[in-house]
Design a protein around this ligand. Structure first.
Ligand code: ACO
Length: 401
């Protein structure tokens, strides 16, 4: 497409497309998604194969730089990230200022923004080298902040991590280590988190990613763009759905487990209730991530010997929806958020941290999209509107109104 020919069309026709349901905002070589067939690929690799064989850090490298890393490239990437994992002591004063009741997503967004003050070199970045330095700083510090947000919630002392551990294991340690106890974790738990993070790592031009690109398009720095993306992700129609799903499943359980009652509520147009974790703007078939996560939920709960009644409720809702003309006609299937919370819960991750887990997973995708946007020298994002307000009016003094 000759994008230049489409640029600067002042005085031409303005299309209006609420929610950008049919508007492409950019050209991108990162993630391929076929919503009709339920296909998702990162840089050409199927999500099924990556979830099975890759780890999160190499998936991050793939998304950001376009190719799977060689052993040497991965080792350098890992050590560059580790060398940047320190978070300034003064950041803790900001953390201390939050009430315990603060939602971890609000804390994470604010702390990511606050990081800018301590890392000014990440703001005006133009060269690939400057971008790389900003990227490794963020990949290094973000899991620290995410773990801090949980520690704050639980009023627990902070853990400083251990750079001899892998990226995901170190994050797990920062969340779950106990004072005066040697930290150990089953490799199955780390594998489950790795898989969930990979499945969340990118999803082309969704609400939070479009936010990151549009904020970054003003040449605001990487951290500011990501902080805005975190805020966008928080909403229950987007990443916040994973928290809303588990709260919904709990409510159904506490209400006697009557799934039919909630199916009826979801179909009632007078009732604002929606079946959380169902439906997707692009998938009009099974969300391939949901398929993998559903299998993983069975595996993880089996390995940990956990029987969670909400998993049965979730499966019951899915079965009913697949046979219900309302859901079938509208092509509403479980999305990525429907089963993920059941795994997070089994791993002892608090409900309010679910969307933070999503944010950590999505971080490489946001970064890759921001980098692509800057390297492609995209123009500032600035949609037009169709004005529906008053025509010219004469001002009246307050005494005359
Ligand atoms: N429960 C009941 N009805 C639904 C649901 C649902 N979860 N989702 C969509 N519908 C209905 C709508 O009411 C609408 O019906 P209508 O045609 O009779 O008016 C129709 O299906 C189309 O829905 P829209 O809202 O127009 O679809 P849109 O693409 O704008 O929204 C969205 C997609 C936001 C994901 C929506 O399906 C939803 O709210 N789902 C629940 C929240 C959720 O799970 N969000 C996570 C999405 S995945 C992610 O962001 C990581």
């Amino acid at each position: 497409i000759d994008i230049k020919a489409l640029r600067g069309a002042t005085g031409g026709i303005t299309t209006i497309d609420p929610g950008y349901k049919n508007t492409g905002s950019c050209q991108s070589a990162i993630t391929f998604l076929d919503g009709e067939k339920g296909i998702l690929r990162y840089r050409g690799y199927s999500i099924e194969e990556l979830a099975e064989k890759a780890d999160f850090l190499e998936t991050a490298y793939l998304l950001i730089f376009g190719e799977l890393p060689t052993k040497e490239q991965l080792a350098k990437f890992d050590s560059d990230i580790k060398s940047e994992s320190h978070v300034d002591e003064d950041m803790k004063k900001i953390l201390d200022g939050f009430p315990k009741s603060a939602h971890p997503m609000g804390v994470l967004s604010a702390l990511t923004s606050a990081l800018i003050a301590f890392n000014p070199s990440t703001v005006n970045v133009d060269s690939e080298e400057e971008m790389y330095n900003a990227i490794v700083k963020l990949l290094a510090k973000f899991p620290v902040l995410a773990a801090w947000a949980m520690r704050k919630k639980k009023s627990q002392p902070l853990d400083y991590g251990d750079n001899s551990l892998g990226y995901v294991e170190n994050f797990h340690k920062m969340m779950f280590s106990k004072p005066n106890e040697a930290y150990t974790v089953d490799k199955e738990i780390i594998a489950a988190i790795d898989k969930l993070l990979i499945l969340h790592a990118d999803h082309e031009q969704n609400c939070s990613t479009s936010t990151v690109r549009i904020v970054g398009s003003s040449h605001a720095g990487l951290f500011a763009s990501i902080s805005a993306g975190i805020s966008a992700l928080w909403g229950p129609l987007h990443g916040g759905a994973n928290q809303a799903v588990i709260e919904m499943l709990e409510a159904i359980k506490n209400d006697g487990g009557d799934t039919k009652k909630y199916m009826a509520k979801a179909k009632d147009k007078q009732d604002p209730f929606r079946l959380m974790g169902f439906g997707h703007r692009v998938y009009k078939n099974f969300d391939p991530r949901a398929k993998i996560i559903k299998v993983a939920a069975d595996e993880v709960l089996g390995q940990l010997g956990i029987q969670d009644p909400v998993l049965d409720i979730a499966k019951g809702l899915e079965k009913e929806a697949l046979e219900d003309p309302y859901f079938v006609d509208r092509k509403l299937y479980p999305n990525v958020d429907f089963y993920s919370g059941i795994i997070y819960r089994a791993l002892d991750i608090p409900v309010e941290m679910f969307t933070v887990m999503f944010a950590l997973g999505r971080l490489p995708g946001w970064i890759a999209q921001w980098r692509e946007m800057r390297l492609n020298k995209e123009p500032i994002g600035r949609p037009r509107q169709v004005y529906t307000g008053e025509n010219l009016r004469a001002f009246k003094e307050v005494s005359e109104r």
